[in-house]
Design a protein around this ligand. Sequence first.
Ligand code: A2P
Length: 285
Amino acid sequence: MEKKTFYNQISIPPIGYGVYQITDQELCEEYVVQAIQSGYRLIDTAAAYENEEAVGRALKRCGVPREELFITTKLWVSDTSYEKVKDAFNRSLKRLGLDYIDLYLIHQPYNDYYGAWRAMEELYQEGKVKAIGVDNFKQDRLADFLYFNKIKPMVNMVECNPLYQREDDLTYLKENEIQMLAWSPLASGKDNILKNEDLKKIAQKYDKSIAQITLRWLYQRGIVPLVKSTNSQRIKENLDIFDFELSKEDMGVIAKLDQGHTCFHERDTAEKVNHFLEQAFKFNV
Ligand code: A2P
């Protein structure tokens, strides 16, 4: 598993295990232990996932030294301001039982994310985080963000999967030496993508599953997928993508599956943003 290196020379494993919506604390702890013992070294959580403590317990139990692990967590909207970042960061650190975070992200582009970034730059300069980045930033917001900030994000984590491929966003990130991380790499199985006939043919050809083909396709585009599974066999299966290479032709077949829009809900009206923000303040972060 060859790592990817950010522009600040910090390296990240090429695939991660994500714990979004795994809210049962005991199960979450179990899955993270299984994931690490299966070989994952990157674990992706967030204050808003409400499972940092479970992840922390798993990190203690897993038997792998801290320095071999790469832990990502995220600052929630209600804490996205200069004044609130350090407290929020310390709460995350405490819940995770860690004394530094490998990658700290602004979870959503709302509230005072410029102020928050200043505080995150300070955490970075103090060595409390090895890398800082953003999540769910579209190209226009990111361009503005890059224009007015001193330290460029090392990462943008966005939805990316065969139904929403974001080739133009990827190109933009690569031009700016920002690593793309992909959430929902399997499109959460939407539109029957995990039963798609084109993917099935490719999977048969390489003797792999559709999920493995999808994760490999992301990897070959230079993207780090954060995949979630609550099944031990699939947790292992999703990591087994480094012993084959998709041909250019097969990459081209997958490229044609792009629908060019999110598989979830586009938050593109005032009403949707207002609704989201109202909900955002209900999280226990
Ligand atoms: P399960 O937890 O039962 O394995 P995404 O990361 O795109 O949101 O997708 C997560 C969904 O994909 C989960 O519902 C998960 O279900 C399913 N999933 C994860 N890995 C696989 C796999 N290898 N094959 C089929 N489904 C998978």
